[in-house]
Structure formats: C-alpha cells, structure tokens
Design a protein. Structure first.
Length: 128
C-alpha cells in the first residue's frame, strides 16, 4: 500500500489597517506657533489666503495626508503633508481671489486616497 503525503500551503494575509484620525480641523487667517489664529468658517472676499490647520493622530509613522481644496465642486489644490509623529499639527493654505465667493471644502485624505475628514468654509460679503 502506498502512502500519499500531501503538503498543504496555507497563505495567511494580514491586513494592518492604518489608523489616522483628525483630532482637530480649523480654518484661519494665519498660523502662529503651530496653532491657528483668527479661526472662522466665514471670510471676506479680500482675505487673500485661508489656512486649513489639522491635528492628526496616526499609528503609522512616517506617513502622509493630503489637504484637497474644493471650490464649487472643482478641485483647486491638492497639498501633500508629511506626518512624522503620532500626534502632529500641520496645515496648508490656499490663495483666494476676491471673485471666488461661495462655499469651499477641504477634504483630508490618507496616503491611499481615503477620506478621513472634511470641513467647509464660506467666502462671503456678509462674513461677520
């Protein structure tokens, strides 16, 4: 009688989901000492520039995130931001022309393009 000895190869795939959390997200007129200054969700058309500040927590370092700036549904800028500590404050800015009134949205994406947060602000004549 012959013995058949089989060899089985079992492939195990581990998925290590990257945990990135946005612990804070603000729009501001400036950044000072890594903190937003002049926080608001409404700005005048002559603002010139708006900053998007985020406080990020991640388990994986280094990594990167993106601030994707949208105006009227159109992508206006995509800014790559490197994250080098588990808790990290970072920001991007966008020049705003006076005629670009209305709603703006910034989407925060992880390095794989997954949305992890979004927030909107408005450029308006009635900003106060």
């Amino acid at each position: 009688m012959r013995r058949v000895i089989g060899v089985f190869l079992i492939l195990v795939t581990f998925s290590f989901a990257q945990t990135i959390k946005v612990q804070g997200m603000e729009f501001a007129v400036a950044i000072q000492d890594r903190e937003p200054i002049g926080i608001s969700d409404k700005f005048p058309p002559d603002i010139g520039k708006v900053y998007c500040w985020t406080k990020i927590y991640t388990e994986k370092i280094p990594t990167k995130i993106y601030h994707v700036w949208y105006y009227q549904g159109n992508e206006m800028a995509r800014v790559e931001l490197g994250i080098t500590y588990h808790t990290f404050r970072t920001w991007s800015s966008k020049k705003i022309l006076p005629q670009w009134t209305g709603e703006w949205t910034v989407v925060v994406e992880d390095e794989n393009g997954n949305e992890i947060a979004r927030k909107s602000f408005e450029i308006t004549e009635h900003w106060k």
